[in-house]
Ligand binder design. Structure first.
Ligand code: GDP
Ligand code: MG
Length: 678
């Protein structure tokens, strides 16, 4: 029964081997040996494995940790062949982590490699190193478990060993035996005093309960005549929960004469069976019993952890099954169906984003439709509103234009010609923000495109995605032409006819009265110097103008003021550019202000019209148009075309990942079947 469960776990390990060491949900204990130098640790491990491959001998032999992973694998069917000791066998081999691609079929060669690799980091002279050597042994004759062979505990440095060798080894051993799933094989040579056993001392520090420490007594054959370990075995000396097992390994002489494990095991059995002290309980002695005992400990560990393992397998299986579903089936059902479905899905998404009912509405940022509203209501509206006609029209310009439009005779009233001339130039200015608004909306639509295509379901067919993207952008580019034209036309229309009869436009008379009122209000009231009383209205200002006695005042005043008397006398012709300058007369001021008021009023009307019409035309020609027509365009460009088969070629990653997932699901399904049969 015990064997059954372990076989199950071995089968599980096999089934899950494809998952790689990190995903493997099965955690098996490590069996770690601890004991004094030359107490027989390596020999015990070797006997458990049943193969000769570890360097053994007197003095310090094991000088680096050896992490030995035994991996049970079913034998390939060779009915005529049976296991033959120390002979090359295709079913059994070792692999070192530091030589990844080499299979060692010869176990003697494995031993030589361990020695060579040990010397590489430690030198030949007794140095030690905590860097482990990793060896895997694949065999139908081993249980899947991990064994760790460690250097023995010593007290006095020899050879090149550093002064703190005792501490170094101790720390190294501690590191391995303190792992909670470590089973500690505490090895003591029976011909030494148990109370002095370094192995037991350390094991008790780490595992005071003794719940995972197995005592092993070696070299029973070397005990003095008449002495035995019966007292220790009965637990009367130093009790251990899991007890002690006496064993006999091959001695130094046996090592030199290449005594086989089989011979050694036969000798061991005979020894215990015949020895007067052990005879009665000889089935509790020897290496085979130790192996069985370890098996039992493994069994208990497995039994304890199996429910957890089961759950882990089921969860992982579910995870991979879900991922597999999300990756979709390996073969596209039919290229035309796939293309059609993708186009339909894209168009539905596009529509719902524009309409603001996309499934993934976010609270943290504005989505497609709302972003376009923002472009219209905030960016464009403010851009248009911030246009000010008077940051380009200066009072001086108005004055010059007024003079020019009146020809030789100074005009006495404000005509429509200068007003229209000035207003038209300002209306042109709406073209730039309007075209900019088209570009911004275009950018938003491309942004929506990318937002949709970023969804995982569009990743499966990169060519299809690419084609969808270029077709969509090409379509939008085409739609830009009429949109820009319409927007430019709106501005052109405004420019082509200045509607001075517009009902919202300020009347000339209204403007005039507003301005005169303002002018009067801002004028300081002139005072009679003699009486100190206010003079009758306007008399002072007008008199000067009427008499014309202010030398350099008037319209051309400043122009002449800048000339020297000499030049004045020479009466030079007027310069090429002649602008109105000098202080404005009151009439000029009033006319300029009236024109400005009218310009402002009309500009405001155009501002409102543009702010209203431009978004409408973009909506009509770009947004609604794309919403209604994109599906037709995509179908025309992509559906039932020659390159449709190319379009539905899957992404390399998807193909790769699906394979991985399938492998995982198969392995886990298999594992799940195995566990549920227990
Ligand atoms: P380690 O240093 O603890 O790994 O000890 P080894 O396994 O290298 O053994 C040290 C020496 O003791 C070797 O020469 C072994 O042959 C010898 N030895 C180990 N176990 C026994 C045993 O049970 N009986 C005899 N006679 N010699 C043993
Ligand atoms: Mg050793």
């Amino acid at each position: 029964m015990d064997q059954n469960l372990i076989t199950t776990v071995n089968r599980l390990q096999d089934a899950l081997a494809t998952l790689g060491p990190n995903a493997n949900p099965i955690d098996l204990p490590q069996i770690t040996v601890v004991g004094s130098q030359s107490s027989g640790k390596s020999s015990v491990l070797e006997n458990i494995v049943g193969r000769d491959f570890l360097p053994r001998g007197t003095g310090i032999v094991t000088r680096r940790p050896l992490v030995l992973q035994l991996i049970n694998r079913r034998a390939t069917a060779h009915p005529e062949k049976t296991q033959q000791q120390n002979e090359t066998n295709e079913d059994e081999w070792g692999e070192f982590l530091h030589i990844p691609d080499k299979k060692f079929n010869d176990f003697n060669e494995i031993r030589q490699e361990i020695v060579k690799e040990t010397e590489k980091t430690t030198g030949k002279n007794a140095g030690i190193s905590p860097v482990p050597i990793n060896l895997r042994i694949y065999s139908p004759h081993v249980l899947t478990l991990t064994l760790v062979d460690l250097p023995g505990l010593t007290k006095v440095p020899v050879g090149d060993q550093p002064k703190d060798i005792e501490k170094q080894i101790r720390d190294m051993v501690m590191k391995y035996i303190s792992k909670p799933n470590a089973i500690i094989l505490s090895v003591t040579a029976a011909n030494t005093d148990l109370a002095n056993s370094d192995g037991l001392k350390l094991a008790r520090e780490i595992d005071p309960e003794g719940s995972r420490t197995v005592g092993v007594l070696t070299k029973i054959d070397l005990m003095d005549q008449g002495t035995d370990v019966v007292d220790i075995l009965s637990g009367r000396i130093i009790p251990l929960k899991l007890g002690y097992v006496p064993v006999i390994n091959r001695g130094q002489k046996d090592v030199e004469s290449n005594k086989s494990i089989q011979e050694a095991l036969a000798f061991e059995k005979k020894f215990f069976d015949e020895h007067s002290a052990y005879r009665a309980n000889s089935h509790y002695c020897g290496t085979p019993f130790l192996a069985k005992k370890l098996n039992k400990i493994l069994y208990n560990h497995i039994r304890l952890t199996l429910p957890d393992t089961k759950a882990k397998i089921e969860n992982t299986l579910k995870k991979y099954q879900q991922e597999l579903v999300s990756l979709g089936p390996a073969e596209a059902v039919s290229p035309s169906n796939t293309v059609l479905a993708t186009i339909t899905e894209f168009c539905n998404e596009y529509r719902s984003i524009l309409e603001g009912k996309a499934s993934d509405l976010k609270s943290t940022e504005l989505g497609g439709g709302a972003r376009i509203s923002f472009v219209f209501h905030e960016i464009f509206n403010n851009g248009v509103k911030s246009l000010d006609p008077f940051d380009q029209i200066k009072d001086g310009d108005i004055r010059t234009i007024l003079h020019n439009s009146s020809g030789q005779a100074p005009s006495l009233f404000v005509g429509t010609a200068p007003f229209e001339f000035l207003v038209k130039r300002q209306i042109r200015r709406f073209e730039e923000p309007s075209l900019k608004c088209v570009t911004l909306v275009y950018d938003e639509l491309v942004r929506i495109l990318n937002q949709i295509l970023a969804k995982p379901q569009f990743n499966r067919y990169p060519a299809l995605k690419e084609k969808l993207s270029t077709t969509f952008i090409g379509f939008l580019r085409k739609a830009l032409i009429p949109t820009n034209k319409l927007v430019t036309d709106i501005v052109d229309m405004e420019e082509s006819y200045i509607n001075t009869a517009h009902p919202d436009l300020l009347k000339g008379s209204q403007a005039m009265s507003i301005v005169t009122e303002r002018v009067q209000a801002s004028k300081p009231v002139p005072v009679d110097p003699k009486t100190g009383k206010p003079l009758p209205h306007n008399s002072a200002a007008l008199s000067k103008e009427q008499t014309g006695d202010d030398t350099f005042g008037g319209f051309f005043g400043n122009f002449f003021a800048s000339k020297s008397k000499k030049r004045l006398a020479a009466m030079e012709p007027p310069p090429n550019v002649l602008r109105a300058s000098g202080q404005m007369t009151e009439r000029e001021t009033i006319e300029t202000e009236v024109i400005k008021l009218l310009i402002q009023s009309y500009f405001g009307i155009v501002q409102r019209t543009i702010a209203d019409l431009v978004p409408k035309s973009i909506m009509y020609n770009l947004i609604i148009y794309s919403k209604n027509e994109i599906q037709k365009e995509l179908l025309e460009q992509m559906y039932n075309t020659e390159d449709m088969n190319e379009l539905v070629k899957e992404n390399e990653f998807t193909v790769q990942r699906r394979k991985e997932c399938e492998k995982m699901v198969a392995a886990l399904q298999n594992a799940s079947d195995i566990v549920s049969s227990v």
